[in-house]
Structures are given as C-alpha cells and as structure tokens.
Design a protein around this ligand. Sequence first.
Ligand code: PGA
Length: 254
Amino acid sequence: MNNRKIIAGNWKMNLDYNESKELIQNIASSEDDFNSDAEVVVFPSMPFLSVFHELLKDNNVRLGAQNCYVKNSGAFTGETSPTQLKSLGVSYCLVGHSERRDYFTEDYELLAKKIKALLEVNITPVFCCGEKLQVRESNVYKEFVMRQIEESLFSLSPQDLSKVVIAYEPVWAIGTGKTATAEQAQEIHHLIRNRIAKDFGEKTANSMSILYGGSMKPDNARELLAQKDIDGGLIGGASLDADMFAQISTSYSE
Ligand code: PGA
C-alpha cells in the first residue's frame, strides 16, 4: 500500500480572524509535535486562506478549503472556483461534507462535478460520505454509503480516482461526542476499499487514503488509526486545539 497518512482539521465556520491566526501559528510553531509521517492539513474559513498560505510558506502543514464551486469563472456571485483556490496555494478541498449535503442540498451530481473541477487544477478532493442515525438503525447503512461513493466517484478514471481522498464520517458521530467504534469504522472502510477494488482494481483501491471523521479525539484516535483500512482522520472540534490536534497525529501505532 502506498496510501498517505493524513490528519486533517476541519475548522468549519468557527473562530474569527485573530483566533484563527493564533491557532494556525500554534500549529505551525509546534510542527515538531506532529507525526512527521502524516500529512497535516488544515481547513480554515475561506477569507483567511490567502494570509494563512503566507504563514505556512516555510512549513509542511498543507492548506485546504472547505468548499468550492464547479465552474472556474463567471457570474456566480458568492462562489469560489477551484482555479481561485489554486492561486491561493490550496492543496485540498472538502467535497460533500454532511453539513453541505444537509443545509445546502448538495446532491450526488453536483459533488461529482466539484470533484472533477478540483482534479483539473490538481487540488485533492476530500470526499466525505456517511449515514445518518436513522439509516444506521434501519440497517441499510452499508448500501447507503456505497451508493454515495458510486454516484459521485465511479465516473472517474482509475487514475483520477486514486487522487481522491475519502472521509467516512457517520453523521451520528459528528460533533456529538459519540464516536463509531473502531470495528464499526473499520467495517465501512473495508467495504469502501473492496467496492473500489471490484470496479477499479486492487492497485487503485490500495493506493487511496480513507480517513475516519466523527468525534475523533486524542483518547479514541489510537484505536481508530490502528485499523487496517483507516489511513487518517478528518477532525472537527478537536482540531481547534493545537495540542489535541498534534496528539491525534501521533496516535498511529507502528
Ligand atoms: P467532529 O467533526 O470531529 O467535531 O465530530 C468532524 C467533521 O465534521 O468533519
């Protein structure tokens, strides 16, 4: 397997400019506390990306955007294009976070377009998927997550698909303090990799990084990250604290 270990911090719409700047400076200055084998990525709010790119210039921490539009320019008031993000030094972009699917009604088709638009400018899409509690309890959660993957990712070429990072985030675990058990997470991660292997081959499936997200914290990260098919974490709440974020990054076992 040559998939990357990735520790990603999704700051969502939290922190004002000064607070965000303080956090990014704390992360940048404590670089030695982070696992040097893992790629560390932060996703601050859009308006701060340009300044933060400058602050991270001499650092290994990568910059991510929380959203983008599908077109590269034009009359789309309020939107930000992949090309614009690229020009700010953005390396990663979240696509299909459950909050965007829910509050901004983003559907399979739109997400597939966003992924293609990002790949065209060499930004790594972090494609989020995951089921709500009701779906988990109705026992069709496996089919549900597989459908999210198939509908938004399976029209890509194997080469393009291998550039996408997937984040499995059970919605019932996001911001609730209720983490999926390591077994629950591994079950879905394994299914995702197998499903990709079936259509795109083992090589593509094994080269992809599949992250877990949903109340990942220093005290549960080690067990989650020890699972065979869990390659990293997409961390919300705990990524707003530089120490906790660094601790999670060092929770990989050998
Ligand atoms: P959480 O958020 O770690 O606060 O649960 C994860 C996410 O929404 O990406």
